[in-house]
Design a protein around this ligand. Structure first.
Ligand code: 13P
Length: 252
C-alpha cells in the first residue's frame, strides 16, 4: 500500500510571522493525523524557523528548489546540504513555475534530483503539460520526455526515495481542476512509463501526487482514483482551515 502524502507549496508567500502562525495552527489541528504524510514548503528564509517549530510534530518541512552544487561561487543559490541543515526533509524540484519563469529544464531537474538524493533529501519532482500541449494531444509525449529527462541515470532504489507530482499547468492557480478521470489517465500512464523505464515493483510503490487547484470540495473525487497518492497544494495550503480539511480527508 502506498502511503498518501499531502504537501503545501506556499510559493512566494508568508513572512516569518505569518509562517509561524500558520504552522502553529496546523501543528495543533493535525496532531492526531496518522494515515497521511504531511509536508509544508515555505520560502527559504523561514525554513529553519518553521522546521524548529515543527520539531517532534507529524508535519515535515520541504524547500521549493535547490541548486545542484554543494557550495562555491554560485551567488544567490541554496544547496542540498544547506537545506538539510535547516531541518527540512523534502525539496520540490522542477515546479512548472520554475520551468516557465526561471529556465528550469529536464536536464537541470535531473541534476537537482541527484544532488537532493545524495544528501538525503526527498525530492518532490513536478511534471505536467501546458494547455496548448494538452489541446494538441501531446500530453503523454510531454510527460514521457519529462520523465525520461528528469529520471535519467537513476536506479530503481533511488526512484523509490522520491515522490512525483503530476501538475497539469493549466490547472495551477486557475480554479480549473483536472477531472478525476483526466488526472487518473495521466497517473496511470506515468506508472506504465515507470514500469518500462525501471520495473513493475518500482512503478507500483512510487507515490504520485496530483496538483492543480486542489480544494476541500474536490479532494475526495481526485484522491479516490486508483493511481493518485495525495496532493501538492498551492492556494489552499495558505489557510489553516482549508489545508486541515485536505489532510483530514484521509483520516475519515
Ligand atoms: P494551486 O493549488 O494554487 O492550483 O497550485 C498548485 C501548485 O502549483 C502546487 O505546486
Amino acid at each position: 500500500m502506498r502511503r498518501p502524502i499531502i504537501a503545501g507549496n506556499w510559493k512566494l508567500n508568508n513572512n516569518a510571522k505569518q509562517a509561524l502562525e500558520l504552522v502553529t495552527l496546523l501543528k495543533r489541528e493535525l496532531s492526531d493525523v496518522s494515515k497521511v504524510d504531511i509536508v509544508v514548503c515555505p520560502v527559504f528564509t523561514v525554513l529553519m524557523e518553521v522546521s524548529d517549530c515543527l520539531i517532534e510534530s507529524n508535519i515535515d518541512v520541504g524547500a521549493q528548489d535547490l541548486y545542484w552544487e554543494d557550495s562555491g561561487a554560485f551567488t544567490g543559490e541554496v544547496s542540498a546540504p544547506l537545506i538539510k541543515d535547516t531541518g527540512a526533509k523534502y525539496v520540490i524540484i522542477g515546479h512548472s513555475e520554475r520551468r516557465q519563469f526561471f529556465g528550469e529544464t529536464n536536464e537541470t531537474v535531473n541534476k537537482k534530483i541527484k544532488a537532493a538524493l545524495k544528501h538525503g533529501l526527498i525530492p518532490i519532482v513536478c511534471i505536467g503539460e501546458i494547455l496548448a500541449e494538452r489541446e494538441a494531444g501531446e500530453t503523454f509525449n510531454v510527460i514521457k520526455a519529462q520523465c525520461q529527462g528528469s529520471f535519467a541515470g537513476l536506479s530503481s532504489e533511488q526512484m523509490l526515495k522520491l515522490v512525483i507530482a503530476y501538475e497539469p499547468v493549466w490547472a495551477i492557480g486557475t480554479g480549473k481542476t483536472a477531472t478525476p478521470e483526466q488526472a487518473q489517465e495521466v497517473h496511470k500512464y506515468i506508472r506504465e512509463l515507470l514500469a518500462n523505464m525501471f520495473d513493475g515493483e518500482t512503478s507500483q510503490e512510487l507515490r504520485i501526487q496530483y496538483g492543480g487547484s486542489v480544494k476541500p470540495d474536490n479532494i475526495k473525487d481526485l484522491m479516490a482514483q486508483e493511481d493518485i497518492d495525495g496532493a501538492l497544494v498551492g492556494g489552499a495550503s495558505l489557510k489553516s482551515d482549508s489545508f486541515v480539511k485536505l489532510v483530514k480527508y484521509y483520516e475519515q
